[in-house]
Design a protein around this ligand. Sequence first.
Ligand code: ADE
Length: 316
Amino acid sequence: MRIDILTLFPAMCEAVLSESILKRARGAGLIDVFCRDIRPYTLDKHHRVDDSPYGGGYGLVMQAQPVCDCFEALCAELGTRPHLVYMSPAGQTLTQQKARELASLPHLALLCGHYEGMDERVIEEIVDEEVSIGDYVLTGGELPALVLTDCIARMQPGVLAADEAFEMESHYASLLEYPQYTKPPVWRGRAVPEILLTGHHENVRAWQRRQMLERTLLRRPDLLETAELSAADVLYLYTFPQSDALPFLFERLTDCVEQYVRTQKKVSPTSLQRKLKTDYALAVRLLDALEKRGVVSAYEKGRPRDVLLHPEQGET
Ligand code: ADE
């Protein structure tokens, strides 16, 4: 993949691109990143690339001519037109999903604004989409372009170790990271969780998964709405009272329980409570929801032994 950053400050971008993993990825040819200076494209004899805004107001606005000429020169050199993203706080917010989408393109160009903004006609004329890195305003688009480049670079095959990349995409999608520890085992009286020292790989993975679920629930519950969750994951989340505030999670749990109930001839609040290792009230709520869906019928609340039936099986 190739990324061209169009900027008034190529040295600022090069400084970041020439360190650490980005440097190595570029050196190994895993990703091509080039910085193109917009200023040489100006036709102004004083090399100006900005001017005061029509209608008044403070600050300066980048002019259309040098920006469009710069992009068009790039297109002419490449013999193709890359997808052009303008880094702007008014754009769509960058997410892992958005980055993945952009990373699937063979060729991307990132346009960095500066001063008080960009002549709107640039956006109308050549920009394909605008991307923001968050709800705050920076002095220019260079840092946002570098954030996006970094995010895309680590998705390229070979940039991260193969297993790391795999885990990121499947197991780890949409959840916050579990806590990490390294030597020594005890530091300032704080011990590393014992499970991590056992060497029992399966138990360690299960612990890490539970940590991710718990952290995401407590810190960023909104992420759970799009996370890939197994039935065991959802049940674990329901061991925390915070889950009760998330209607979408109850829907997921109901989906899981529906699948289970459809494999059973009979089910009661008590049997479900035992199966899920949960409380009676939750089992009743779930069965109420399944009754609404038409999955079970005929039971009286508060009588745990009353049997619930599939509609198609009728009363027994
Ligand atoms: N330029 C200035 N602030 C920005 C932001 N938050 N995201 C993208 N580009 C920007």
